[in-house]
Design a protein around this ligand. Sequence first.
Ligand SMILES: Nc1ncnc2c1ncn2[C@@H]1O[C@H](COP(=O)(O)OP(=O)(O)OP(=O)(O)O)[C@@H](O)[C@H]1O
Ligand SMILES: [Mg+2]
Length: 242
Amino acid sequence: MLIFQKERELGNFSPNEPVIAIKGLNHYFGTGELKKQVLYDIDLEIKAGEVVIMTGPSGSGKTTLLSLMGGLRSAQEGSLKILGQEMLGIAKGKMLKIRRQIGYIFQAHNLLKFLTAKQNVRMSLELHEEFLEQDLDQKATAILESVGLGDRVDYYPHDLSGGQKQRVAIARALVSHPKLVLADEPTAALDKQSGRDVVEIMQKLASPLARLCRSHCQHGGWSFKRLTAQKLLAKNWPFMLD
Ligand SMILES: Nc1ncnc2c1ncn2[C@@H]1O[C@H](COP(=O)(O)OP(=O)(O)OP(=O)(O)O)[C@@H](O)[C@H]1O
Ligand SMILES: [Mg+2]
């Protein structure tokens, strides 16, 4: 899992505040006798400009935690603040607003199959009022060019390779300059070379943000954390820095 964050356009949100602040977060699946705890008492802070890579065994709860951080799933217990907003008990409308500020790259690309590459990317821009006055097709085409798909803008997902689809998904997640980018194993479904290409593209697209942050962030700029989810299933799990 990779998380890129940037400091630009933080609005009312102060860059000194953590972008993600999690305290005592528990999460359960199922009810009654089938109720099963998946996340145990998680504490985690991520500040603007940090890149975090989280690793952990299959089933340890990475996707669950990531989907909570992306506002895709309701928090149940503890505290989870995204961009300063407490997500526990948040109203649906507010949750949608938070979600729009986040670029989420799914493990399976989740492109809409009846839309072309350009239309998939465009759709992400259409959710933001501030872009509606701009030439959305031009913007979508430009970012697809930057991920090396300039000659595939009018292709449907079905006619793209796995790596190409993943690149469209990255373009879609980044085109609206989200404050926070969450990526769930963006390279897991790819062969080594396509995986490398995808990581390179993410680094390329994130590096201007990194530079921006380096000159503006009060926390010393772009930093890099490696977290391991080894202990996700243990009580009082501490996120460990390698
Ligand atoms: N919707 C669900 N209902 C019930 N249990 C679930 C649900 N989603 C996930 N789980 C369970 O929660 C645990 C954590 O799942 P999660 O998908 O977060 O793991 P992960 O670390 O992302 O694994 P992987 O590396 O295989 O993607 C697993 O035991 C899984 O079976
Ligand atoms: Mg997962």
